[in-house]
Design a protein around this ligand. Structure first.
Ligand SMILES: C[S@@+](CC[C@H](N)C(=O)[O-])C[C@H]1O[C@@H](n2cnc3c(N)ncnc32)[C@H](O)[C@@H]1O
Length: 377
């Protein structure tokens, strides 16, 4: 889901940073279950759904829903049909089981190696390349506070070793297989970030900004595609910023990390030539997204480019896939998933003043879904 970091393979393999056999086996079982269920069982569910006469009538319905209220109504009917299918029910049961169980098994597995992980996520000795600017006065928005995003106990900052959990436990043994939310089995979510960065239309950028960076993953991709660009990344979560900073330093990449709300970056007008938003829109209410777009427009210089990668809109996926995406809202700690998938970000960007807004898919089932636009010259 978030802030995975490509580690040097030697780091992944060292005795101290690997999990105990028991910890590893528990997570490997979850990864295998999710991969099997999201491919074979989901395929069966999709076929049954598409063969259902009521589902076909709903899919052929014209015009397609035009706004979030209509989508909700449409999704209620489609979900009711899917809910009658045994393959759909068991596949969704597996999704929820894995989504909860990764923390129940992953946290104790990380705790067994607490000392080694704490040592790994400590700042390396010596001079630093980048900076970390924490500012506790940045208000925590109401929509953000106390939500257990993706069912993470305590939310983004709920466990001090979440970075170890994702980098050394859940990442390599479960998420690596894909098969959750919009991510298909076999997808590589780190490669998705590089693919998204490569959608920036120019060959050179001077200064790139990422609001809602979560850590270092997308900035690492930006650095690999545009090694000469100056990188500035911000987020609300101090924990994610701290570990992002440490990972960037370990990998020798200069990034300025700042604790900021995406709607109020405090950067000067027209000070960046590119802005990247990866997996951010669906974590916010739509009015917050609009303010985030306005802020991006403000800090971009004329002619600057914006790239967004987020789950696809319902209109761009099959009816069955829309049911699958919508499920995350109620069942995987994603309160804004439905609203985000019912939105049309390219249209919103045009309304706010961006030009050349376009949206397209890079993969099957509409994901990764890219929206890009530019600030008028
Ligand atoms: C799913 S994560 C994506 C992280 C990152 N972009 C990546 O590629 O992995 C969403 C992030 O958005 C952050 N976020 C949510 N609302 C925000 C806001 N108003 N301002 C800044 N960050 C925000 C969360 O703290 C979280 O780190």
């Amino acid at each position: 889901m978030t802030f995975l970091t490509k580690l040097d393979p030697s780091e992944q393999r060292t005795e101290q940073l690997s999990l105990s056999q028991r910890g590893r086996a528990g997570l490997e079982a979850l990864g295998a279950l999710q991969a099997f269920s999201s491919s074979a069982v989901r395929r069966r569910a999709r076929e049954s759904f598409e063969a259902d006469a009521e589902a076909r009538a709903l899919s052929d319905q014209e015009p397609r829903p035009a706004n979030v209220t209509e989508w909700r109504r449409w999704l209620r009917s489609a979900t009711e049909i899917a809910g009658r299918l045994p393959a759909y029910r068991i596949e969704r049961f597996h999704q929820r089981y894995v989504a909860e169980e990764i923390y129940r098994r992953g946290i104790p597995a990380v705790e067994e190696r607490r000392e080694s992980f704490e040592a790994f996520f400590r700042m390396p000795e010596g001079p630093t390349l980048g900076t970390l600017e924490l500012d506790p006065s940045v208000p925590v928005p109401k929509y953000y506070d106390k939500v257990e995003w993706h069912l993470e106990p305590g939310g983004w900052d709920g466990y001090d070793l979440y970075s170890a959990l994702f980098a050394f436990a859940v990442g390599p043994y479960v998420f690596r297989h894909g098969g959750y939310a919009a991510v298909e089995v076999g997808d590589d979510i780190l490669e998705h970030r590089a693919q998204a960065v490569r959608q920036l239309p120019k060959r050179n950028y001077r200064r790139i900004y990422e609001p809602g960076c979560g850590g270092f993953s997308t900035m690492a991709a930006a650095n690999s595609v545009f090694p000469d660009a100056e990188l500035v990344a911000s987020d609300l979560s101090p924990l994610l910023l701290e570990t992002g900073h440490i990972m960037a330093e370990r990998q020798g990449v200069r990034v300025q990390f700042k604790q900021r709300d995406a709607r109020d970056t405090r950067e000067p007008d027209a000070s960046f030539d590119a802005v990247i938003m990866f997996a951010l829109m669906h974590e916010m209410p739509v009015d917050v997204v609009r303010d985030t777009f306005r802020e991006a427009l403000r800090i971009l210089e004329p002619g600057g480019d914006l790239i967004i990668s987020d789950p696809p809109p319902f209109y761009a996926v099959s009816p069955f896939q829309a049911v699958v995406l919508n499920w995350d809202t109620r069942h995987r700690g994603e309160p804004f998933f439905t609203d985000a998938c019912a939105a049309d970000w390219a249209a919103e960007l045009r309304e706010i003043g961006f030009v050349d807004a376009e949206a397209y898919s890079l993969g099957e089932q509409g994901y990764p879904w890219i929206t890009r636009a530019s600030k008028p010259v």
